[in-house]
Design a protein around this ligand. Sequence first.
Ligand code: SF4
Length: 360
Amino acid sequence: MSPRSTVVGPYDLDRDGLADWLAAGSERRGNAPSYRVDQLWDGLYVQGGPPENWSNLPKALRQRFAEELPPALTEVRRSTGDGGDTVKWLWALHDGATIETVLMVYDDRATVCVSSQAGCAMACGFCATGQDGFTRHLSVGEIVEQVMVARHVSPRRVSNVVFMGMGEPLANYGPTVATLRRLRDDVGLSARHLTVSTVGMVPAIRRLASEELPVGLAISVHAATDALRDELVPINRRHNLESLVDAAIDWREQTGRRVSFEWALIDGVNDTPEQLDALIELADQARAHVNFIPLNPTPGWPTKGTPPAGVRFARERLARAGITVTVRDTRGDDIDAACGQLASRTRGESAVALAAPHRR
Ligand code: SF4
């Protein structure tokens, strides 16, 4: 991507874009020396942080870079929970749209959860982001920068990235795939440690399976009958459960990786024996792993999460049927770390908070 196309931040530039940017500088015309591109690449992807700290570049060049290619993300709010092990950012983008990023630190690694869109058009009723609607797609640079900022502050090595923040990543297909390649090829993360979460965009799942990117795929299933899923996850009216399970089977055959079925447990809605038995059947057909998510309360959605006894009941029912099942760690409950929640809570304050200086 060249600096003249849709560049909203430094991570939107690839090596050719950086070479163009260098060549366009007033102090130099013509081809930029390739070692300068390597040095900028090292600053962006190895050293990280603000350009003024990149020790291998002349001061004038660092200043010009900082002025002409400022960060795409401006920090509006940073919240910390779980004794400091979970950090959640609310960012403002250049046009005032807001997105979120979460860093989760474990004993042996760290995981970053990124947003792929500002808002989301999928309208899942139990999701704060879905209730607020779609603003726009994010660029490659806006997604990659979320990982790089989190990596810069993380006390542990960031080894995993999950596309489970705001937005439906497969609805923003091109930038999502380009980001996956950038994270694998330039940031050095294993594709096996990158997970794309989708609400079930069947044609895009099939396309991703053919990209030769062995990433993880998590499908937000949430209901095991079309009648209930049409209501909870409206995309089901376009791509029903049968087509979704077929795509999951083909994904496994093509990539050699099984999918994970994500299931937000909703009290009295999808934690009934009938729904759980229908889920067992679907998971068995797709040979999928099931991941139960205790549901965070969402303003505007009248139902509530399944209580702990119901979570245990659901897990045991699936395990007895031979399905591999886990219950997701409820990281960040104390800081609204579920999809979209911090953005909805903060919206009214953003105009004031935006005046705060960008901090990293
Ligand atoms: S759950 Fe995911 S796909 Fe559904 S509205 Fe929320 S962000 Fe969009």
